[in-house]
Design a protein around this ligand. Sequence first.
Ligand code: PEP
Length: 272
Amino acid sequence: MKTHTRQKFVVGNWKMHTTALEAEKLARGVIDGLGVADDLTIILCPPFPYLALVGGVLEGSRVALGAQNMYPEAEGAFTGEVSPTMLLDLGCRYVILGHSERRHKLGESDHFTNQKVVCAVAAELDVILCVGETLKQRQAKQTEAVLDRQLSTGLAGVAGEALSRLSIAYEPVWAIGNEEHHASPQQAHDAHLLIRRQLSRICGETWAQKLPVQYGGSVQPENASAFLSQPGVDGVLIGGASLKAEEFLAIIHAAIAEPLANSRRSKVLDVA
Ligand code: PEP
C-alpha cells in the first residue's frame, strides 16, 4: 500500500477586476489576515498590470504570485501578449492555463492550451490547468469525454518530472460565477474521481496519485468546507470570493481546518 501527500491549494483568480489601489489593499488584507504557517499553498493571481505591484506586497510572505494566462513563446512579435519569461521576471511562480473563460469567451482550443502548458513547464512555471464541461455537455452526458479530451490534449508532451509542475483545477463551466447553478460537493467528488482515473491512463498511476486536483466554481466561505472535505479535492480555485480579503481568508481558514490529509484522503490515495 503506497500513499502520497498532495499539495493543498487555495488560489485567488481576480480575473479582470480591481484598480491598482484596490489590488494593493486586497493583497495586503490577505497577508495581514493570515495566521500561523502551515503547508497550504496560497496563490494570488491579479490582472497582468498589477503583477509587479501585488508581487511587491507579497514579498517575504507565504503567499505566492500567479498569472491568469500567458502566450506560449519566450518573446517575439505577439502584440498584446505576455510571455512566460516576463511572468518569471515579475516574480510569478504559477500560471493558470485553460481557464473556461479563455476557452469559451476567447475561443482558445485544447491544442493552444497544450502549447501554453508545454511552454510554461519548460520555462519552469508551475501550471494550474483548468478543465470542465459546459451545462449542455453535462446534460448530454458528455462530461467524461470532455474532461478526457481536455486532459489528454492539454497534457500532451508533458511527461516525467515535468509533471511535478502541474496541478489540475476541475471547474464545471456552469458553476463558475453562477448564482443559479451550483455544483454539489458530491458532483465535485465524482468528477475528481473521474479525473484521477483519466490521469492514471494519461500519466500513469503514480502521477495520477501525486497530481493535486482542485475544485473551482462559486466556492464561498459558506460552502468551502463541504468541497474541501471531499476525498480527492486538494484545494479550491476561487473567483468572486477572492475579491474580498475577509471572504478569501475565511476560505483559507476552512482549508487549514479541514483534516483531509488523514483518513478521508487516504481512501483515495491508497494504491494497491
Ligand atoms: C474561477 O474564476 O475560476 C471561478 C471559480 O470563479 P467563481 O469562484 O466566481 O465561480
